[in-house]
Structures are given as structure tokens and as C-alpha cells.
Design a protein. Structure first.
Length: 359
């Protein structure tokens, strides 16, 4: 598996200067070379022979050097921190290929414009001229590759940011799907059982449940939701529970202190914390006192459950902490403990409040 991943990385590094339409920059570079060094300098007509000799054959060696540099030396040596080998190969290639270019030019390149052009027969002067041309063009070529690298880096950052948002969305969806089915089935069962007994509160319970479910399905796909909506959903949940005392022996008292000034809160963070207590089957009346304190940048919630914590409740609270830790890190702090006498169980939750909604 690691070998496969390494091959993928090597392939990506090799073609980074050509993919995503970066090959257009290479085409533009060689078009510029064709225009400046061949067409603009030509004294006679532009013929296929002139283009072949003055452009193609004259530049085949320097092109070989360039593309060895960007297709092999950079991905396999420079990006693997083999700096000594990289610079040795660069030096040998620069000196060697420019020398080969001198012999190649004398053997195969026929410069005629429109008559044979006089060339300096001294090897040293020709070699120095070639080497100087290589260095100047290499400098320009390296600048072009540098901007391609920066472009790839920016694209990678954008892709990582996009993937991060997608991962967060998947986590949110999983968080929602992990909790909703149980909540949905129990609530539907409760409505079904209530409908069997003619009561005035049944239609209101159905409407309240509909509002609560709509909020859960919609806000469950977002990281933050308005505090006003979260508290409204919490009140709907409490109202829904209070309408059916036939199946619920949990008596909840809510006290909200502080002022909601339009802040936003982690989506479903309060509603999901209440749900584990509603899953417990209470054979007698049990009180659950909830105090919510709203500050300028933080919300504090304290629950006092007048009964022993079941193993399922502890497991659900631990799951709640794990889920929200994955989504928000250490921003959400949850602490719970039982009283020494075993008659009460306390839950304390601290949540950050943000100024505006973050999708």
C-alpha cells in the first residue's frame, strides 16, 4: 500500500508542471523562443528548413536539459531532499549537455538564412556562448516553474480546505444519522400510542414533533445554528415530552438566564444532550433541572438529574462527547459526575458562542 502511495506521489510530482493547463505556459515559452530567436532574426523567407534548423535542431539539446530538470531531477532528487545529488546532476548536465550541443550543432544543424551563415569554428568560444545561453534561458525557465509551484501550492490548499469541509459535513451527517433513527422511532411510537387514546393534546404533540424534526434535519447539516433556534427547539422538545405523561415520567424544569443577542451555537448541542435522559424508562416521577446561563461569548449549562445514572446514559454521554470533540475539538467541554449518596447525577456543559452563523 505504501509503495502504491509513493508511486502516486512520484507521478503527481513529475507532471505538476504540465497538468491543469500549465502545459500552455510551456507552449507559450517555446513560441516566444521561435518568434524571438528565429522569425524576428530571419533575413530571408520563413521556410520549413529554416524552422527545422534554426529552431527545432538548435534547441533540442537545451530542451533536453530543461525537461530532465523538471521531469526527473526535481521530483526524484530535489523534492526528496537529495540536495547533493540534485546539484551534482544539475552541474554535470549543464556542462555536459551544452558541450554535446556544440558537437551536435556542427554535425547536424545547418544554418542558412538565406545563404550559409558564418560560424566561429573555435570550440571554446562556441561552448562559452552555448553555456551563457543555457544559463540565461534556465533562469527564465526556473522562474516560470517557480510560479507553477506556487499555483500548485495554492490549489492544494484550496483542495485541502474543500476536503476539510467535506469531512466536517460527513461527520455532521454521521452525527445526525447516529442519533436521529432512535429519536425518530421512539417519537413516532409515542405519537402512535398517544393516538390510540383520544386526547386533546395529541394534535399539538404531532405539530410540536414536526417542528422539532424539521429543525434537527435542517440544522443537523450545519456546524452552527442561531442560539434562538436551538433554545426554541429545546422548548419544543420539552413541550413534546410534557404532552405525554403516559409514557414519560421525566419532569423537566428549564431556567434560562442571560440575554440572547443573536449569537450562534454548535448545532443540536443542547437538544442532543437532553435526548439520552429521555431514552431512560422511568417507572416513577424523576426530576431533571436544567439551568442555562448565556454570557457574551460562552454558554454554560448545568443539569441535575434526580436519579442514578444508568450504564446506557453514561455511554450516551461519552458518545456525545466523542462526536462533538471530533467536530469542534476542545471548544465544547462536558463534565458529568454522580453524587456520593447516589441520588443525583450532575452534567455540566460549556459551549462557545459565535457572532454569526457558520455553514
Amino acid at each position: 500500500m505504501s509503495n502504491f502511495a509513493q508511486l502516486e506521489i512520484n507521478e503527481r510530482n513529475r507532471w505538476v508542471y504540465f497538468n491543469k493547463y500549465r502545459w500552455v505556459a510551456h507552449a507559450a515559452y517555446w513560441l516566444w523562443v521561435l518568434i524571438v530567436s528565429t522569425i524576428m532574426r530571419a533575413k530571408g523567407p520563413i521556410t520549413p528548413s529554416l524552422v527545422l534548423n534554426h529552431f527545432v535542431l538548435s534547441n533540442v539539446m537545451i530542451a533536453t536539459f530543461f525537461y530532465l530538470y523538471c521531469l526527473y531531477f526535481i521530483p526524484y532528487f530535489f523534492k526528496r531532499n537529495k540536495n547533493l545529488q540534485f546539484w551534482l546532476l544539475m552541474l554535470v548536465s549543464l556542462l555536459g549537455i551544452s558541450a554535446i550541443d556544440v558537437f551536435f550543432g556542427r554535425a547536424f544543424v545547418h544554418l542558412t538564412d538565406p545563404v550559409p551563415m558564418a560560424t566561429d569554428t573555435t570550440f571554446l568560444k562556441t561552448y562559452i556562448a552555448k553555456l551563457t545561453g543555457y544559463l540565461l534561458n534556465f533562469l527564465f525557465f526556473s522562474i516560470m516553474l517557480f510560479f507553477m509551484e506556487k499555483n500548485e501550492e495554492n490549489n492544494t490548499l484550496l483542495e485541502l480546505e474543500k476536503e476539510k469541509k467535506e469531512i466536517e459535513q460527513v461527520k455532521l451527517d454521521l452525527l445526525k444519522s447516529n442519533i436521529n433513527p432512535d429519536f425518530l422511532m421512539r417519537s413516532l411510537h409515542q405519537i402512535k400510542e398517544s393516538a390510540k387514546i383520544p386526547e386533546e393534546t395529541t394534535p399539538e404533540a404531532i405539530l410540536t414533533f414536526s417542528d422539532l424534526l424539521r429543525y434537527r434535519l435542517y440544522r443537523g447539516r450545519q456546524l452552527y445554528s442561531p442560539l434562538k433556534e436551538e433554545l426554541s427547539a429545546l422548548n419544543s422538545f420539552l413541550h413534546f415530552i410534557g404532552l405525554d405523561r403516559l409514557h414519560h415520567q421525566l419532569y423537566i424544569k428549564l431556567d434560562v438566564q442571560g440575554e440572547d443577542t443573536g449569537q450562534c451555537i454548535a448545532a443540536l448541542s443542547i437538544v442532543n444532550l437532553l435526548e439520552p435522559f429521555c431514552k431512560i424508562v422511568h417507572h416513577q416521577a424523576v426530576a431533571l433541572n436544567i439551568i442555562i446561563l448565556i454570557e457574551s461569548d460562552e454558554l454554560h449549562l448545568e443539569m441535575q438529574y434526580e436519579a442514578n445514572a444508568t450504564s446506557q446514559l453514561l455511554a450516551d454521554l461519552e458518545t456525545y462527547r466523542d462526536n462533538y470533540s471530533q467536530l469542534y475539538g476542545d471548544l465544547i467541554k462536558l463534565h458529568y459526575e454522580g453524587e456520593e449518596t447516589g441520588n443525583s447525577f450532575f452534567v455540566r456543559l460549556s459551549l462557545p458562542l459565535v457572532e454569526k452563523q457558520i455553514a
